[in-house]
Design a protein around this ligand. Structure first.
Ligand code: C5P
Length: 221
């Protein structure tokens, strides 16, 4: 008998980086591999959830059993998440670009002997904060990530309050930890009632344990 405690539950998972265009051939991006977010989507699906994975560009295969929506920009990610509602669970593991280029050019910028262009940046929408906003249609459980360097617990706890999400998965991404692009992760699960620090384990194992915690939450344990 398969263990499918999340059967009948809908989940939205964001993963990967976003790409923010400068012009038709250039973009601003970041080093997110999408490994942790994709693993969480797969783990929730394994427990029976109906998962929509909204992902920026990655080099990863689509996780089995998930509906995958490929997007590039933060604004597209927000629209795809909104379109995937209603959901019981939202896990925002994407590394969303904080800024996009204000008024990206529809033509390739030219190096025509003049001065290099300056890029004016404008703030992107915060998908986690938007999904966490109280009101009808808010997923019952919203989980965010906090990648910090130093003072991980203090910053992550403050982030949980600021974003309005239910849980924060906090990890230390200081140079030398190998978290970015690596296969292992060391995380702390921050909930209203306290912090659980997990041993270093493979991102797949972090995903499986997080999915079990989600299942226990809905089982009322
Ligand atoms: O603010 P910061 O980027 O540190 O917060 C990280 C958390 O917020 C992650 O869960 C990330 O997926 C989410 N986030 C988001 N939209 C943004 C910025 C961050 O959903 N524009």
């Amino acid at each position: 008998e398969a263990h499918r405690p999340l059967a009948g539950r809908r989940a939205i998972v964001t993963s990967g980086p976003t790409h923010e265009p400068i012009d038709p051939v250039r973009y601003i991006a970041n080093r997110s591999s999408g490994k942790q977010g994709h693993a969480i989507a797969a783990a929730l699906a394994t427990l029976g959830a109906d998962v929509t994975l909204v992902s920026g560009p990655t080099r990863l295969p689509d996780p089995p059993g998930c509906t995958v929506v490929a997007i590039e920009t933060a604004r597209e990610m927000l629209a795809a998440c909104a379109a995937a509602l209603p959901a019981d669970i939202a896990v925002c593991a994407a590394a969303v670009a904080d800024w996009r280029v204000d008024g990206a050019s529809d033509r390739k910028l030219k190096k025509d002997g003049g001065r290099p262009p300056s890029l004016a940046l404008t703030e992107n929408p915060d998908i986690l904060a938007t999904l966490s906003r109280p009101g009808e249609g808010r997923p019952a459980l919203v989980v965010g990530f906090a990648a910090e360097t130093g003072d991980v617990l203090a910053y992550a706890t403050a982030k949980r309050a600021r974003k309005g999400c239910d849980w924060i998965v906090a990890n230390d991404v200081s140079p030398g930890t190998g978290t970015f692009g690596g296969s292992d992760n060391t995380v702390h699960l921050i909930r209203a009632d306290g912090v659980e620090s997990w041993p270093t384990m493979a991102k797949d194992a972090v995903a499986a344990r997080l999915a079990e915690a989600v299942a226990e939450h809905f089982a009322g344990k």
